[in-house]
Design a protein around this ligand. Structure first.
Ligand code: SF4
Length: 154
């Protein structure tokens, strides 16, 4: 865990600022070309060191308490498995806290995006692996398979 993850509210403010900063350049943020290469390198360096990002290309950090779900040994993107130990640690890696326990705790300290943890996230599309999540964010691609509908559970 990086120290900055202790401050999820600061991270969501940074995410909001980055979203606002990049939005006017939406037209440039397309697949292929030097802009995507630059973004891939930037995301890999920054999110890699801050969140242990695995470059899935479909970033959901703001919906998961600024905790990367791909660091779960089972790559679960919609909550924990049934094997979370009583002390909140992982059944596969007992020395590690469950990614989803941390995601839940951090989301409770995120006034802007914290409630998004209740959303059911779309299935992962492996074909986006290694691509830029920002490109897909602004291009509204990588939103799940055909027929997928976003839903919110209360
Ligand atoms: S959700 Fe995907 S893009 Fe976001 S930090 Fe995790 S691996 Fe990286």
């Amino acid at each position: 865990m990086s120290w900055i993850q202790r401050y999820p509210h600061l991270l969501e403010l940074t995410y909001t600022a980055a979203d606002r900063f990049l939005r006017p350049f939406c037209g440039w943020l397309k697949r292929g070309g030097w802009v995507e290469h630059l973004l891939i390198r930037t995301e890999s360096l920054t999110k890699g060191s801050l969140f242990d990002c695995r470059m899935c290309g479909q970033c959901v950090l703001h919906s998961t308490g600024m905790t990367c779900p791909m660091t779960c040994p089972k790559n679960l993107r919609n909550g924990p498995c049934g094997g979370v130990r009583q002390d909140g640690h992982c059944e596969v890696l007992p020395e590690k806290r469950c990614v989803w326990v941390e995601a839940w705790e951090r989301s409770q300290r995120m006034p802007v995006y914290g409630s998004e943890i209740h959303k059911v996230l779309p299935p992962l599309d492996q074909s986006y692996s290694g691509t830029s999540a920002w490109i897909h964010h602004f291009g509204h691609t990588a939103k799940g398979p055909k027929g997928w509908q976003e839903s919110v559970e209360d």
